[in-house]
Design a protein around this ligand. Sequence first.
Ligand code: IPE
Ligand code: IPE
Ligand code: MG
Length: 254
Amino acid sequence: MSMKLPFFKSKQTDTEINDTTIENIPNHVAIIMDGNGRWAKKRGLPRIAGHKEGMEVVRNIVKASTKFNVQILTLYAFSTENWKRPKSEIEFLMKLPKEFLHIYLPDLIENNVRIDTIGDFDALPEHTKQAIQYAKDKTKDNNGLLLNFALNYGSRFEIIRAIKKIMIDIDGSKISVDTLDEKTFSQYLYTQGLCDPDLLIRTSGEQRLSNFLLWQLAYTEFWFTDVLWPDFNEAIYQQALLDYQQRKRRYGGI
Ligand code: IPE
Ligand code: IPE
Ligand code: MG
């Protein structure tokens, strides 16, 4: 794969010839990291081996995001529907954040990454919450990449939750039905304050949203690859960004 694409556009100035700029990089990239189980199965390994390998890929893609100047990276790590999986797999997945942060938190801090989550955080196991809360607190003042894990996240749950909160605020006269608009509604979602994703990537060949960011993806560009998440890497990520750069976003206009 050629990397000499217009990703880095050379800019000539009086003093420097080889200065580079990055043009039209998505501010917010969301990824449905899928295919860990199939990756493991292909190798005759237990599914959890795929999750473990996938964790290493997360670190690489976080690094690449900083390098490419992406501002927000939202990673779908566990859906509200994933509780249907065998208990042993769920237990493993709930231990992964702690393991990931144990290894990489110092590195993430050094790279000015801020960690946050979207989803029903309170319903996570205590040990999972503790590890993540610690990382959130430690990185809260960082102003580099926002690494946003969708954990116990489900879009329909999020929307119902927002409606309930809105009804309470209408009851309490904090907002009125007349002034409720899209912007106000967005403020009741987990993603409050964040711009909508510009680019959605899903690995593993599946072409569905699986209850991910239904409201926020209204005008997002989609990019699918057959590559399984544990095989995803910086070069493939760059290809997604390059393809994104060729898209014409019209938002209903002409
Ligand atoms: C994605 O990989 C990780 C999670 C959903 C937690 P899967 O575990 O869904 O892997 P496949 O889709 O079964 O291959
Ligand atoms: C979506 O993947 C959820 C995550 C990647 C965390 P799934 O593997 O759960 O999605 P389905 O079941 O194939 O739709
Ligand atoms: Mg899957």
